[in-house]
Write a protein that binds this ligand. Structure first.
Ligand code: SF4
Length: 334
């Protein structure tokens, strides 16, 4: 078994934050000549600073992988349901966790100036609008975009200045690793963001218990519980919130009990949080291949087993809603 060095994710978050902004500019990853660009779903645009993601078959959902003959249950996140959904993704160039399965190249997770450029929201929107047929969803991703939550605010405000606020949907990703959203935005800025009707936030739970969390992120185990606390704060702040979860685990012992406890923890945040949480299928992305060892490769098989237990647990707890309803048909209003 390979022993990996744990990271100090709090220190990393602070250090990356200082390197991610220059005045009104934010460090954006350039995807040209990256391993990520070799993945077939990656369609690079905006001079390398963006990519278009098309959602058609939802094979990134464990449910679709486990039940290939059933119609997928997409999460449209407030976007009008349609057969193909396209999003314009921009990636902030750092993350304070080190998930081995991450599809992003290490240097695009490390605020490295060689593979990133400082761009203002104005410059980013210029690049976006110069594209023919640009998608009407802007996905602010990373890396961990919440290392500088000011980025989301700047992009939304720039869209407002251009009169685009009603026609663009904003998808904001978050690994639920830090509370910078609440630390660095004022109460007024927070409520302005939460009040944008087309904005949704996606928090990704990394693993379903402390063991799978640390195995995945190399961050201290206590940060696992922190994800739930942060999700609760985001929901309480009035954001439209959805969850992803990844089920890569090094061991399968007592899987039923561990999954039950995970669903309990979600429900302690909000009774219906499991219904808006989608288990993701981890695939062999190009950037991940050099990071694989035997345990990690084996965990790719464990995720299906874990999903089947999750599926039975949700059917038992929500017999009239799961799996009949899509996550975006569920309300978390208190
Ligand atoms: S939290 Fe997300 S962006 Fe960060 S390393 Fe993990 S998968 Fe990659």
């Amino acid at each position: 078994m390979t022993v990996f060095k744990m990271i100090d994710d709090v220190d990393l978050a602070d250090r990356f934050r200082t390197r991610l902004t220059r005045g009104d500019k934010f460090l954006i990853a350039n995807l040209n000549a990256s391993r990520e660009a070799e993945d077939k779903y990656t369609v690079v645009n905006c001079g390398g600073y963006g990519r278009v993601r098309a959602f058609r078959d939802y094979k990134l959902y464990l449910e679709t992988v486990a039940f290939p003959d059933c119609p997928p249950r997409p999460n449209f996140r407030g976007y009008p349901p349609s057969a193909i959904v396209r999003s314009q993704v921009f990636q902030l160039s750092a993350c304070n966790w080190r998930c081995w399965y991450c599809f992003v190249d290490d240097d695009r997770l490390s605020a490295a100036p060689r593979t990133s450029t400082y761009l203002s929201a104005h410059e980013l929107l210029d690049l976006y609008m110069a594209e023919a047929d640009c998608p009407d969803i802007i996905d602010l991703s990373g890396g961990q975009p919440d290392l500088v939550p000011e980025w989301t605010l700047a992009v939304v405000e720039e869209c407002g200045r251009r009169g685009l606020l009603k026609q663009i949907h904003f998808w904001v990703d978050d690994n639920l690793s830090n509370d910078f959203l609440f630390r660095y935005l004022s109460r007024d800025q927070l409520s302005r963001l939460a009040g944008v009707p087309t904005l949704s936030r996606m928090g990704c739970f990394k693993g379903f218990d402390e063991e799978s969390f640390t195995f995945t992120t190399l961050a201290p185990a206590e940060r696992f519980q922190g994800q739930f606390e942060l999700a609760g704060k985001i929901i309480d702040a009035g954001f439209r919130f959805y969850g992803y979860v990844t089920f890569t685990t090094p061991t399968t012992t007592q899987l039923e009990m561990r999954m039950r406890q995970f669903v309990d923890r979600l429900q302690a945040v909000h009774e219906r949080l499991p219904l808006v949480t989608t288990p993701l299928a981890i695939k062999r992305f190009s950037a991940m291949i050099p990071r694989l060892d035997d345990d990690r490769a084996r965990s790719l098989n464990h995720q299906i087993l874990a999903f089947l237990i999750w599926h039975e647990e949700l059917k038992r707890r929500f017999p009239s809603e799961y799996p009949r309803l899509r996550p975006d048909q569920i309300s978390l209003s208190r």
